[in-house]
Design a protein around this ligand. Structure first.
Ligand code: GTP
Ligand code: MG
Length: 296
């Protein structure tokens, strides 16, 4: 994909003004252009056993493509290719498995085009660990608005409709309160979808599983990838430039303050040296008088 003009301009600014922008901002700005290239990247994030791998198997319509199971099944992130755009689906380990997994997940989410946040309806509302993790993602600049992130509530076959609806309403409230944006929630059953597929069923059974809706959500966005990326990268660029500007203003204020202190100190030094000179002068004068008296 050819890069938009503004992205080339930013790369230029980063190169020309690295000294003024500082190392971090320069690195961040130079790292924006590569985000524009390559196939669409879609990451799933969620607790252990949330149904992340099963969900991607359902999206892929391949029941055994990714390993699934009750224990800590996915040990490291696995990439599989999906759909017309050859999007990369990144199946991650549960973010509560190890601290390092959560860090890795947060880091990799920064580089993704779309985030599929996976939460099992069996768990009820979002747990503290998930909310804290969402905070970390937001702090890292991961886009969690409904344009870039879908909140998939899995194992819908295990809950009565009314109870599932109550959980969804609660999750939506938690998401809004925590992140200040409205989520796009979607209830699914990967199991129902894959079972229906294996039995060669079509129509309602497949639709009701929620998986076709997820496929459409992902497909629509990956089809207009350049727009999607442009919006996201532009936002990142602005954030970075604003931060760099704030840092520069802070630095300037520090320098001004330093300068004022230096000037004050210089004046104080001047005053001190003036007083010393006067004292010296008086002493010399006194000595001179004494000499004159002796000599006389
Ligand atoms: N009933 C039901 N069970 C499901 C569904 N999706 C996943 N499961 C089961 O939930 C368990 C965990 O599923 P996984 O897809 O391996 O979960 P995961 O989030 O990838 O787990 P880790 O890789 O360990 O983090 C498995 O036993 C799945 O069979 C579903 O839609 N309905
Ligand atoms: Mg897994």
């Amino acid at each position: 994909m050819s890069h938009p003009n503004w992205l080339r301009l930013i790369a230029n600014i980063a190169e020309k003004h690295a000294g003024v922008l500082g190392e971090d901002a320069t690195r961040e700005l130079q790292g924006l252009a590569p985000l524009y290239d390559g196939p669409p990247r879609i990451v799933n994030l969620g607790l252990l056993n949330a149904g992340k791998s099963s969900l991607f198997n359902a999206v892929l319509q391949q029941p055994n493509r990714l390993k699934t199971g009750a224990a800590r099944t996915t040990a490291s992130t696995e990439e599989v290719t999906w759909g017309e755009t050859s999007a990369l689906l990144l199946d991650t380990p549960g973010l509560d498995a190890l601290e390092v997994d959560a860090l890795h997940a947060a880091q990799s989410a920064r580089l993704q085009d779309l985030v599929v946040f996976v939460h099992s309806l069996e768990q009820g509302e979002l747990e503290m660990g998930e909310l804290e993790f969402l905070d970390k993602l937001a702090a890292k600049g991961v886009e969690l608005s409904a344009d870039y992130c879908i909140v998939v509530l899995t194992k819908n076959d295990r809950k009565e409709r009314v109870e599932a609806e109550q959980i969804v309403a609660r999750v939506v409230d938690q998401w809004k309160a925590r992140l200040g944006v409205s989520p796009h929630p979607l209830c699914v059953s990967s199991q129902d979808f894959l079972d229906a597929l294996a039995q060669g069923r079509t129509g309602r059974r497949l639709e009701d599983s929620g998986i076709p809706e997820l496929q459409t959500w992902l497909q629509t966005r990956t089809n207009s990838l350049s727009d999607l990326r442009e919006g996201r990268i532009w936002k990142k660029a602005l954030q970075c430039l604003r931060r760099a500007k704030r840092d520069l203003v802070d630095q300037l204020q520090d320098l001004q303050a330093e300068d004022e202190t230096r000037q004050q100190r210089a004046t104080a030094n001047r005053v001190a040296s003036h007083a010393q000179a006067e004292e010296l002068f008086r002493a010399v004068d006194a000595k001179f008088e004494e000499l004159l008296r002796c000599g006389g």
